[in-house]
Design a binder for this molecule. Structure first.
Ligand SMILES: Cc1cc2nc3c(=O)[nH]c(=O)nc-3n(C[C@H](O)[C@H](O)[C@H](O)COP(=O)(O)OP(=O)(O)OC[C@H]3O[C@@H](n4cnc5c(N)ncnc54)[C@H](O)[C@@H]3O)c2cc1C
Length: 400
């Protein structure tokens, strides 16, 4: 039975409660009767719940509550570039292992690429019981169409319960295509994952409304339950050289490997000396830096400390530094041991990118700047005096 919804004219009083409740603007009231625009209606049922006069008849498709028990195991998409498995994969495996244990299921990894079979051992040592490998020259580098087609085929073949993927450029592009094709839900940029022990559903927690609330999302009617997680949000799975696992090399029809695009050339990003997503120490600057040239004082400090240089969006938007350095909600999530925030006020969107930092040192001339609420150490003063002093002191100390 398909879902359906209709207004019962003999009961409707034209009160407009349903109009207010509809998130999609699909209901209007004409001549004291509610009218549903079916081109906008998503059959979510919000109007049905809001109606106090039983004037809306809502029949929910019960077929969606189908038997999901055939879906087993927790899968991690193992992202690789030039045959090197990206560290976000190991972070997902650390979390995936906990989920698999809660569900009494296996942690499995999916590895696509060319000449990558030897990498299966790395995934097994990080806790994978099974590694599904598709090793084809067409998969040598990431391309949306063949990667998505292969993953869709593997999901159909083995029916995973949960599928996790890094919220990287590749992961975001790939997993949304897969989710749409297999009619599964997808929660992007999760900061927490857990299992509801009663229902066995995956609890997918992520910031919502600009980080003002944490929303926990479930996908009770569809499998696999799919989520992406940003780099550096979760702890890597530990290496256990004695851990044993199975390698399952998969054959795939040639049609799935076709792509309408190809890579013409690859230009590595220039200018970023230390990748801030991997850096142990970051020296970051914001609008308080005043111009692009002044970033040289941050680079001096970063050179002495072996640190990366980060920036707020205000500095990036002003073209003082490239986007690759942006930290925050629409930039990178970073997890260094030490983060210097110089001339950064600490707006919520910036703080979203540094929530896992061990030590934050804020330098700001405004003692009421919000960054001081989150900082481990705060220095109130002019960064143009303080940063060069720090550089020369660290230089002396670190030389010894
Ligand atoms: C949807 C959305 C997404 C966003 N994503 C991001 C994101 O990813 N990353 C991000 O950073 N922002 C993001 N923002 C923007 C964010 O809201 C702030 O506008 C931005 O972080 C402000 O940058 P700032 O702290 O450098 O600038 P400001 O807020 O202007 O702060 C500058 C600070 O410098 C201090 N200062 C000035 N001169 C000196 C001096 N000589 N010495 C010491 N201190 C000094 C000032 O006291 C002030 O506190 C986003 C916004 C939206 C709406």
């Amino acid at each position: 039975m398909a879902s359906s919804i209709k207004v019962l004219d003999n009961k409707c009083v034209g009160c407009k409660l349903c109009v207010k409740a509809c998130p999609f603007g699909a209901i209007t009231v004409e001549d004291k009767l509610a009218r549903i625009d079916y081109s906008k209606c998503t059959l979510c049922g919000a109007c049905f719940e809001a109606c106090k006069f039983s004037a809306i008849e809502y029949k929910k498709d019960v077929s969606v509550t189908k038997d999901l028990s055939g879906y087993r195991d927790v899968w991690v998409f193992a992202e690789q570039t030039d045959g090197k498995i990206q560290s976000v994969t190991y972070e997902l495996m650390g979390e995936g292992l906990k989920l698999a244990e809660s569900l009494d299921m296996n942690l499995c990894a999916v590895l696509l690429g060319s000449g990558i079979q030897a990498k299966a051992d790395d995934l097994i040592m990080r806790g994978a019981r099974k590694v599904y490998i598709v090793d084809k020259k067409e998969l040598a580098y990431f391309q949306d169409e063949p990667y998505a087609a292969v993953l869709i085929e593997l999901v159909a073949r083995y029916k995973p319960n949960i599928l996790l993927c890094g919220a990287t450029t590749i992961g975001r592009s790939l997993i949304s295509r897969v989710a749409v094709s297999i009619n599964a839900g997808l929660t992007a940029d999760c900061t927490g994952l857990a299992i509801d022990l009663e229902t066995k559903n995956l609890l997918q927690t992520r910031p919502a409304f600009g980080g003002n609330i944490m929303a926990t999302i479930i996908t009770p009617n569809h499998r696999p339950q799919m989520a992406t997680v940003r780099h550096k949000v979760m702890k890597e799975a530990v290496v256990d050289v004695r851990h044993k696992g199975e390698v399952l090399v998969q054959e795939i029809a040639a049609t799935a490997l076709k792509s309408r695009t190809c890579r013409v050339r690859f230009d590595p990003e220039s200018g970023a000396t230390v990748n801030i997503a991997e850096a142990d120490i970051i020296v970051a600057g914001g609008r308080g830096m005043q111009n692009a040239q002044n970033f040289s004082i941050l680079r001096d400090l970063a050179d002495v400390l072996g640190a990366g240089v980060g920036a707020s969006r205000a500095a990036v938007d002003a073209n003082w530094i490239k986007y690759a350095h942006q930290v925050g909600q629409t930039g990178k999530t970073v997890c260094p041991r030490i983060y210097f925030a110089c001339g950064i006020s600490g707006q919520i969107q910036h703080l979203a990118g540094i929530s896992s930092v061990d030590i934050i040192i804020a330098i700001n001339k405004d003692p009421s700047a919000p960054i001081f609420k989150m900082a481990t150490y705060g220095i109130v003063g002019d960064l143009f005096k303080i940063v060069p002093l720090l550089t020369s002191e660290f230089r002396k100390v670190l030389k010894k």
